[in-house]
Design a protein around this ligand. Structure first.
Ligand SMILES: Cc1cc2nc3c(=O)[nH]c(=O)nc-3n(C[C@H](O)[C@H](O)[C@H](O)COP(=O)(O)OP(=O)(O)OC[C@H]3O[C@@H](n4cnc5c(N)ncnc54)[C@H](O)[C@@H]3O)c2cc1C
Length: 409
């Protein structure tokens, strides 16, 4: 057995689903692995929109990162990486961490496209904490009798899921009015199945206005100005307009401009440096056009870790072959869509699939290692069973839901 000082050093910058999955594959007996992340919790992002309605609480989506990393036998540094040179990662506190190989998994950040007032007056939804802020604002508004206008900017997958959660809890409250703004000419513009009309059909009885094909020019405390000269009064503006690369990439010369994702080859090696592997949302794998999804990030983390191991032992690297999985998109309690390559299926019982992905995803990030872990995992399963599985599979509710299932091409 080697001492820590004799082992090859691997630093992982960013401990989200990609970084943590890479860490899980690397053996602590063989490598000296350090994972760096400024946040103490890893968050399961695919379900964070459910915090907005209260369907999920923050603690159901957060896991203690230090515990998970230490349990793997690796070192965790609660710190922000500022930049990277050829063999050091430089941290916020002025220290630096040496590496033989660095894995970069810094994900993405909220993108407001430089739109005036958007950073100041619109509420982002990229973390548990940000979704909790939105949930509190909505809840507070529901306690008053004053009219509250809620606007979701962005009608892509995250925006539609957030809008669905707003509708889940507040659509029957008479003081609420709702808007959704999307610059493309339909909601869920890059998805199969023409789901725009399906979504609209679910909200026809409520005070919802769709602003599709309209772009935001500016945001202020009273609402939104549109490029076409129109305006929307909005008390709570939720921003789901897009994602952009983390500044770490450009500061480390892994990209040329701040709006670029880092180009990597089929083995996840940076085009800029061969001892740097980039995975998850941060990466732009040349040979594949991958959507920025957790299931790709998980597969990339695993594949890159195996390639890092092969790189360090001088073996030939293995090409990544992404697996195609259907994506599940929820629209609150009103509908769920399963998106395949060329078509979509809609049925509210599919909400169970999203919950199953959540249950398995969290279990995979934190496999139970002790009686206490097992109790926590069972507790999470029990909450899911109570809220989702049992109601969905109750024979009466199945009867009422199955006729609504639909194939959409
Ligand atoms: C609202 C929302 C809904 C989503 N829904 C789905 C869905 O339904 N299905 C699906 O498959 N995917 C979904 N996604 C996408 C999915 O969550 C991402 O693709 C996935 O999390 C990417 O993993 P990652 O590890 O690359 O990045 P992240 O999970 O974003 O992790 C990046 C990590 O890097 C850390 N970091 C950042 N900068 C630094 C730095 N300078 N130094 C050190 N650490 C740093 C961050 O703290 C973070 O922990 C959703 C995302 C959001 C935001």
């Amino acid at each position: 057995m080697f001492g820590r000082q004799n082992k090859q050093k691997i630093v992982i910058v960013g401990g989200g689903v990609a970084g943590l999955n890479a860490a899980q594959q690397l053996k602590s007996g063989k490598f000296d692995v350090t994972l760096i992340d400024p946040s103490p919790h890893i968050e399961w992002l695919p379900n964070i929109h459910e915090i907005i309605s209260g369907a999920k609480k923050g603690d159901e989506l957060r896991l203690n990162r230090n515990l998970l990393v230490r349990r793997l036998g690796h070192r965790f540094l609660l710190n922000r990486a500022i930049e990277m040179t050829s063999s050091f990662v430089h941290l916020d506190d002025g220290s630096r961490v040496p590496f033989d190989v660095c894995i970069v998994a810094t994900g993405s950040v909220n993108n407001t496209f430089g739109i005036e007032g958007a950073d100041q007056f619109a509420l982002p939804m990229k973390s548990v904490e940000q979704c909790q802020v939105i949930a509190r604002r909505l809840h507070r508004a529901s306690l008053s009798h004053r009219t509250t206008r809620v606007t979701v900017v962005g009608g892509g997958i995250e925006g539609v899921e957030a809008f669905g959660e707003v509708m889940r809890t507040y659509r029957h409250r008479p003081q609420f009015e709702f808007n959704i703004v999307e610059s493309a000419d339909a909601l869920l513009p890059n998805c199969p199945g023409h789901l725009d009309s399906k979504i609209r059909s679910h909200t026809s009885g409520f005070r919802v206005q769709y602003h599709v094909g309209e772009s935001v020019e500016s945001v202020d405390p009273e609402g939104i100005c549109l490029m076409n000269g129109g305006a929307i009064e909005s008390d709570i503006t939720i921003w789901s307009g897009g994602a952009s690369p983390n500044g770490f990439l450009q500061r480390s010369y892994l990209t040329d401009t701040p709006d670029q994702w880092a180009d990597v080859n089929d083995y996840f090696q940076s085009q800029a440096r061969e001892n740097v592997f980039i995975i998850g949302d941060a990466a732009n794998p040349g040979g594949h056009s991958l959507s920025k999804q957790a299931y790709h990030a998980i597969d990339m983390g695993k594949a890159a870790a195996h390639n890092v191991e092969r790189f360090l032992s001088g073996k030939r690297l293995r090409e990544f072959k992404p697996s195609e999985k259907p994506q599940v998109v929820t629209f609150g309690d009103l509908d769920t869509f399963m998106l395949f390559k060329d078509f979509a299926v809609s049925s509210s019982v599919l909400g169970v699939a999203k919950e199953a992905i959540y249950t398995l995803g969290v279990l995979q990030l934190a496999p139970p290692k002790s009686g206490k872990d097992l109790m926590n995992a069972l507790d999470r399963l029990q909450r899911s069973a109570r809220k989702v599985y049992l109601p969905a599979f109750n024979p009466l509710s199945l009867l009422s839901k199955l006729p609504k299932s639909q194939f959409l091409s």
